[in-house]
Design a protein around this ligand. Structure first.
Ligand code: MN3
Length: 243
């Protein structure tokens, strides 16, 4: 199960590096046996990607305090959890997308799915926002939005309604689905990736995303986020990608 071609490639690479005298720690990191992990601890396969802006860059809609907890505790926690969960399993060395696809809906892999999806969702969420965002989408995206929703304002309203209306924790998304743009919501860690939809941007509506700043006023938070922080250029970039 753990012997696959990527591991074999690594072994070849490892032998070359060994010949070059690479540090023992790096060798242990690249070795896939459980003995190595017992010595080294879990291989740090997943790392917390850097935030694309400073902690205070999204104020006043998202305070530096919210951002530092959300990124530094919650997002980091999912990374740490996933690294522990996949250590010594067939998932070690796989991409987040591969893990999400392989564990979605599998009762015996709920924790792995939730943590992998939450890492992916949060990395995508940070990039869905930017300082001085909101406003009008770029023309190429605007044309697609108008074709699918009738107007940019109708799209904004549908996104706001999905974000405000998601019961409990979850996410509101702008996606491309079957050639059309659509707004969808997902519960907890769930991802449109598992439904064959292409995510374009997302809004985190877990309470940790807004409670310090807006308490129970999720709709007010979502409205301010859409008007002032939404990164339409990121959505256009994603739309251009081939799935
Ligand atoms: Mn969150």
């Amino acid at each position: 199960m753990s012997t696959n071609s990527p591991d074999n490639d690594k072994s070849v690479d490892l032998t070359r590096r060994e010949a070059l005298g690479v540090a023992a720690g790096a060798l242990l990191m690249a070795t896939s046996t459980s003995d190595a992990q017992a010595v080294q601890g879990p291989a740090s396969a997943f790392t917390l990607p850097p935030l694309p802006y400073a902690d205070n860059a999204l104020e006043p809609v998202i305070s530096a305090q919210t951002l530092s907890f959300h990124y530094g505790k919650h997002h980091r926690g999912y990374v740490d959890n996933l690294n522990k969960l996949v250590a010594g399993t067939a998932f070690a060395g796989q991409s987040l997308e591969q893990i999400i696809a392989a564990t979605s809906g599998k009762a015996d892999h709920v924790g792995t799915y939730n943590n992998a999806a939450q890492i992916w969702n949060h990395t995508f969420y940070w990039r869905s926002l930017k300082p001085a965002g909101g406003g009008e989408p770029p023309e190429a995206l605007k044309a697609r939005i108008v074709a699918s929703f009738g107007s940019v304002d109708a799209c904004r309203k549908e996104l706001a309604a999905a974000a405000a209306g998601q019961f409990g924790s979850g996410w509101a998304w702008l996606v491309e689905d079957g050639g059309k743009l659509a707004v969808v919501k997902t519960g907890n860690a769930d991802s449109p990736l598992t439904k064959g939809q292409k995510p374009l941007l997302t809004i985190d509506v877990w309470e940790h995303a807004y409670y310090l700043d807006y308490q129970n006023r999720r709709a007010d938070h979502v409205s301010a986020l859409i008007d002032k922080l939404l990164n339409w250029e990121f959505a256009l970039d994603n739309l251009g990608k081939r799935s």
